[in-house]
Write a protein that binds this ligand. Sequence first.
Ligand code: ADP
Ligand code: MG
Length: 339
Amino acid sequence: MPDIIKLLPDSLANQIAAGEVVQRPASAVKELLENSVDAEATFVKLIVKDAGKVLIQVIDDGKGMTETDARMSLERHATSKLRTSEDLFSIRTMGFRGEALASMAAVAQLEIKTKQEGQELGSVIIVEASEVKKQEPIACEKGTSISVKNLFYNVPARRNFLKSNGVEMKHIVEEFQRVALANPEIGFSLHQNDMETYNLPAGKLSQRIVHLFGKNYQQQLVACEESIDHIKIKGYVGKPDFAKKTRGEQFFFVNNRFIKSSYLNHAVTNAFQGLISENSFPFYVLFISIDPKHIDINVHPTKTEIKFDDERTAYAVVRAAVKQALATHNITPALDFSA
Ligand code: ADP
Ligand code: MG
């Protein structure tokens, strides 16, 4: 019998891998914004057309790339953020898998313009379905601009699977809000079909919350701070009266990475016990800092799930932080007074 196993060509492997990293326009937005954060940008501009179906562009003033690196950034498993397997346990950057640009390049038309400080010229690269169409020097600003055009144009099943512009835009705004909350010291703007819908100046977390969600949040924020052993919490919760009927404005960040955790959410809800009704959801933006060796963020390519080696302590700190903050503000359950 002849041998039948063959290595997949890179473009096909990338297209398959892309399915995991880039599920919809919002995933591309997340990856691009995080790359700008990792590049130490001070201002990041996000432009979307047709809810990202036609164009997603992220422009930053970060450190840019050399000509060779710009080409290299498109290869799968090519990254400047991870070198040894030990590094995996001390990750401080958002990215490290080296998959995002390769994935986007496989399922869209991608244009990268980038220039480093002090260089006279930068470079532009145009790629379509993993194929480099053009690379040449170009005059541009310091920093990086990456455009993702016609996402999934070559994967009709995926393209057809996209939801209405309203739904896709909602997901994009969600990702934008998460990255903006995690990085208040960086300015961000969002432009939808030529309309500027957010302009967030660099500042403090409380100011970022107000700029994102509204002036009325100002009076509603209660500061939290607590640490137990190797885990630290900082951030804000909304006052109990401010709890909403729908979930949504609830944010956990672990080492600045937005994560979903129903377990930790339970810790917050538990701290609010007796203060809010069962079917309402408190506002919170909580940052957990922990030595990276105590967590595993490599559970899924989108990195929104993480594993703690000591989940119970994480729960305890979150609960204590919120309880303490509410108590300091004299917000205690009515029951306590009758006891
Ligand atoms: P990862 O972020 O996991 O390293 P990506 O595919 O997202 O993988 O990016 C590959 C590499 O391209 C990064 O490691 C980085 O060196 C470079 N890069 C991507 N975006 C930018 C940017 N906006 N500014 C500077 N360098 C970038
Ligand atoms: Mg990345």
